[in-house]
Every structure is written in structure tokens, then in C-alpha cells.
Design a protein around this ligand. Structure first.
Ligand SMILES: Nc1ncnc2c1ncn2[C@@H]1O[C@H](COP(=O)(O)OP(=O)(O)O)[C@@H](O)[C@H]1O
Ligand SMILES: [Mg+2]
Length: 139
């Protein structure tokens, strides 16, 4: 029940050099505390997709990883512009990524569907003020 540790990272909009740093740091931290490799793989996927969405689609935000005895919770919050139609955004293959980003290999429209698929509990809230995502992975 008690929060054992929180790892937090700033995620910069459009910065593809720093992109993914938070996720890889979370992965190595969780590996070092002995998290099972199958669970670690799921966390790495949801974490990276959420971080990249902040880089690509938002004006910037934060990524957190909360470690509990029985679960890992990945949280993101960004400062907008939000997702106008969450149901549409959750559709496999839907992407508003511009060509410049697709050229870098992103924009397959599988990020949100996979974040939901690999989380035990997936929660998303969005308004023009920003998007908040909470993904719980049970240990
Ligand atoms: N943090 C975010 N802020 C604003 N829009 C977002 C955010 N995350 C996702 N979206 C929207 O949802 C769409 C689908 O996201 P996703 O499934 O990760 O696909 P992709 O990132 O490949 O476009 C994005 O193209 C974008 O329009
Ligand atoms: Mg994405």
C-alpha cells in the first residue's frame, strides 16, 4: 500500500535527443530492484510510449514512476493542448503525427492502444489544459 519510491522526469516537447531518457532510467531502476523481466518489458513499453507522446504531441510535461510493494504506477501529465477525442485517439492506427515525425519512425498510432493493452489499469483524462495518464502494472 505504501509508496516506496517515486522517480520523476521532465519531458521536453519536440526534443528527440533527450526523448526516451526517462523511460530508460525507469527501466534500469526497476531492473536493479529485481522486477521480473516480463513485467519489466510491459512497463518499458507503456512508459516509452507515454513519454514519446509528450515529446511528439504535447507542449511538455512530466513522467513519474511510483514504486509500491505490489504495483508499479506510471503517471504522465502535460501542459496541453490535450486530446479532443479520446475514443478516436485510442483507435489502432490513428495518428496526427506530422510527416517530419513519421520520418523518424514514429506515428504508427499504436502508442495509446498498447499503453492500454499492457497496463492492468489504464486511466486517461484530457482537456485543453493537458493530458493525464495513469497506468498501473500489478506485480
Ligand atoms: N499527450 C498527448 N497530447 C496531445 N495529443 C496526444 C497525446 N498523446 C496522444 N495524443 C493524440 O493521440 C494520437 C494517438 O496517439 P498514439 O496512439 O500514441 O499514436 P502516435 O503517437 O503514433 O500518433 C496522437 O496522434 C495524438 O493526436
Ligand atoms: Mg504515440
Amino acid at each position: 500500500m505504501d509508496l516506496l519510491k517515486r522517480l520523476s522526469y521532465h519531458v521536453l516537447s519536440n526534443n528527440f535527443i533527450k526523448a526516451g531518457k526517462g523511460s530508460s532510467d525507469i527501466k534500469s531502476n526497476l531492473k536493479s530492484i529485481g522486477i521480473d523481466s516480463d513485467i519489466l518489458r510491459k512497463i518499458a513499453i507503456v512508459c516509452y510510449e507515454a513519454e514519446m507522446n509528450i515529446v511528439i504531441h504535447s507542449l511538455g510535461g512530466n513522467l513519474h514512476c511510483d514504486i509500491y510493494e505490489e504495483k508499479i504506477v506510471i503517471l504522465t501529465e502535460d501542459i496541453g493542448p490535450g486530446i479532443p477525442d479520446i475514443e478516436l485517439a485510442m483507435t489502432e492506427g490513428f495518428s496526427t503525427a506530422p510527416d517530419s515525425v513519421r520520418e523518424l519512425g514514429f506515428g504508427a498510432g499504436m502508442g495509446l492502444p498498447n499503453m492500454k493493452r499492457y497496463s492492468d489499469i489504464f486511466e486517461i483524462n484530457s482537456s485543453i489544459k493537458g493530458t493525464n495518464i495513469k497506468m498501473t502494472i500489478l506485480l
